[in-house]
Design a protein. Structure first.
Length: 117
C-alpha cells in the first residue's frame, strides 16, 4: 500500500491507496471518492454517486454505486479517473476511513496507458 502526504492549502492531507474520502459537491452534499492507486504523477480515483448531507463516521463499501449513463442523475460518478496531484487538490478531500483496493477495481488502471487530468 502506498501512502503520500501533500499540502492542501494550509492543511496537510494523507492520501492512502484504498481509502475512502468525501468531497464537497456543487449541491452542498459530500460525495464519496476512493483512492484506487497512487503513483509519481498523480492519483487514480473512483467517484461514486453516493452522497451524504453530513460527514459520515463510516461508509459501507458494499453500498457504493456508480450512476448510469444518460439518466437524470445529476451526480457525476466514474469508475476510474486519473488526476494529477494538482487537479486532485481541487477536490478538497476529507478522510473518512482506510480500506483496500480490490483487484477488479484495478482492471481499468492496469489497462490505462494515458495521461492525467
Amino acid at each position: 500500500m502506498k501512502t503520500l502526504f501533500f499540502p492542501l492549502q494550509l492543511e496537510s492531507i494523507k492520501l492512502e491507496e484504498g481509502s475512502l474520502y468525501v468531497s464537497p459537491s456543487d449541491n452542498g452534499e459530500l460525495q464519496v471518492i476512493k483512492i484506487l492507486k497512487l503513483d509519481d504523477y498523480g492519483a487514480h480515483i473512483a467517484m461514486y454517486e453516493n452522497q451524504y448531507k453530513h460527514f459520515p463516521k463510516y461508509i459501507d463499501e458494499t453500498k457504493l454505486t456508480f450512476g448510469k449513463y444518460n439518466t437524470t442523475n445529476e451526480v457525476l460518478s466514474i469508475g476510474h479517473l486519473p488526476l494529477s496531484y494538482s487537479a486532485l487538490a481541487t477536490y478538497k478531500l476529507l478522510f473518512v476511513q482506510s480500506g483496500i483496493t480490490g483487484e477488479e477495481e484495478l482492471e481499468m488502471w492496469q489497462e490505462a496507458s494515458g495521461g492525467y487530468f
